[in-house]
Design a protein around this ligand. Structure first.
Ligand SMILES: C[S@@+](CC[C@H](N)C(=O)[O-])C[C@H]1O[C@@H](n2cnc3c(N)ncnc32)[C@H](O)[C@@H]1O
Length: 323
C-alpha cells in the first residue's frame, strides 16, 4: 500500500517547477533505479531457460539467432544467457540504465559456470514468484544438445562474448544495450527471431506502439515471449486494488516516476497483440481470487472480463504469421 508520505510527495511534484528541483530529481532517480532479479546469475539462467523450454512446448524455434529484450533491469544477464546458448546478436532496451559492465561481466562468469555444469533450472523453491512454471526443471538436454553446447561454450566464442559485453554501446557489438530508448529505428525491420521480456510489459507506457514495434522487428514466422505481472506492485492493499483508483487518484499514486505500472489487464494485451497481427500460440495464466467487487472498480475498469479480475500473471508466446 502506498504511504501517505509518498502520496504527498507525488502531489507536490505536480506544482509547477517542483519536479525539476535537484532534490526532487534525486528522489525520482532513487525510485527508478534498481530492479532486483537480473542481479543474480541463477535468476537469469532460470528465466532464459524457462522461456526456451516453453518455446519448445509451443513448437517454436529453440535456437533463435537474433534476439532482443525489453527492460532487462539490473543486468543484461537473461540476454547473455541467450547468447551463451547460441544467439549471434542480442539487443536490450530499457527506459533507465540500471545495468553496468562490471555487473554484466560478473553475471556472464556465473552463467558460464552454470551452463558448463548443465545445472538444473532453478525452480519455484528458489524463485516462488517467477514465471512461467515448467513441467520439469531438469537440464533441457533435448534442446541444448551436447553438440550445441560444445560449440556454444568454445573458449574463443566465450572470449568474443566477454569482449562484446564491455562495449554494448557500439552498433558493431554482438551485444547491444540502449537506455533510454525509443521505438523509432531501434531495430531493423524484419530482422529478429525472438523478442522477449520478463516482468516488463506491465510497466511500459504506450503499449500499442511497443507491440507494433515488436511486430515490425520480427521476421515473418518469428515470435515473442513475455511474462507479465498484473499485480498492484505495492500501490494498493489488494493485489488488484490498483484497478479501484480513479484516473485522478492514480495520477497521485503514480506520481512522476519514470516507470511504475500501466494498469492494463491481460485482455488489453491480447487485444493489442491481435490488432497488431500476432497469433497467440502459448499461454500460461496464474489466477487468484479477487476480493475487489466489480462495484469498487474505477469506471474505466468496470467492464473488464471476469478472467482479468482474477489474472495475477500471464506468460504469453505469440507468432508474427509467415506471409
Ligand atoms: C520489474 S523490472 C524487471 C527487470 C528484469 N526484466 C527482471 O526480470 O528482473 C521492470 C523493468 O522494465 C523497465 N521498463 C519500464 N518501462 C520500460 C519501457 N518503456 N521500455 C523498456 N523497459 C522498460 C524498467 O526500467 C525495469 O528494468
Amino acid at each position: 500500500m502506498i504511504s501517505t508520505k509518498r502520496l504527498i510527495f507525488n502531489a507536490a511534484t505536480f506544482i509547477p517547477g517542483v519536479a525539476s528541483l535537484p532534490p526532487v530529481q534525486r528522489v525520482f532517480k532513487r525510485h527508478s533505479l534498481g530492479t532486483h532479479g537480473t542481479d543474480q546469475a541463477r535468476y537469469c539462467y532460470s528465466v532464459w531457460l524457462r522461456h526456451l523450454v516453453s518455446a519448445a512446448a509451443s513448437g517454436l524455434d529453440t535456437n533463435p539467432r537474433v534476439v532482443a529484450e525489453l527492460g532487462p533491469g539490473d543486468s543484461i544477464g537473461i540476454g547473455i544467457a541467450a547468447v551463451i546458448t547460441g544467439a549471434e546478436k542480442y539487443m536490450a532496451f530499457d527506459v533507465v540504465a540500471h545495468a553496468n559492465t562490471p555487473r554484466n561481466l560478473s553475471i556472464f562468469d556465473g552463467l558460464v559456470e552454470l551452463f558448463r555444469a548443465q545445472s538444473g533450472i532453478p525452480d519455484s523453491s528458489e524463485y516462488p514468484r517467477v514465471g512461467p512454471t515448467l513441467a520439469t526443471y531438469e537440464w533441457p538436454a533435448r534442446i541444448l544438445s551436447a553438440e550445441r553446447m560444445r560449440a556454444a561454450l568454445d573458449p574463443a566464442r566465450l572470449a568474443v562474448i566477454r569482449d562484446s559485453i564491455s562495449r554494448t554501446d557500439s552498433r558493431a557489438s554482438m551485444i547491444q544495450y540502449r537506455a533510454p530508448w525509443s521505438t523509432d529505428g531501434a531495430v531493423e525491420r524484419g530482422t529478429l527471431d525472438l523478442v522477449f521480456s520478463q516482468a516488463v510489459l506491465e510497466h511500459v507506457d504506450g503499449l500499442a506502439d511497443v507491440y507494433c514495434a515488436m511486430y515490425e522487428w520480427l521476421k515473418p514466422g518469428a515470435y515473442m515471449s513475455h511474462q507479465i505481472d498484473f499485480k498492484s506492485h505495492g500501490s494498493a492493499r489488494e493485489w488488484n486494488g490498483h484497478w479501484a483508483y480513479s484516473d485522478f487518484m492514480w495520477k497521485l499514486v503514480r506520481g512522476k516516476d519514470v516507470w511504475l505500472i500501466n494498469r492494463e489487464p491481460y485482455s488489453t494485451h491480447v487485444e493489442l497483440m491481435q490488432q497488431t497481427g500476432f497469433r497467440v500460440v502459448g499461454e500460461q495464466l496464474v489466477q487468484a481470487r479477487s476480493t475487489l467487487t466489480r462495484a469498487r472498480l474505477a469506471p474505466k475498469f468496470r467492464a473488464i472480463p471476469d478472467s482479468d479480475l482474477q489474472t495475477t500473471d500471464a506468460f504469453v508466446q505469440a507468432v508474427k504469421p509467415a506471409v
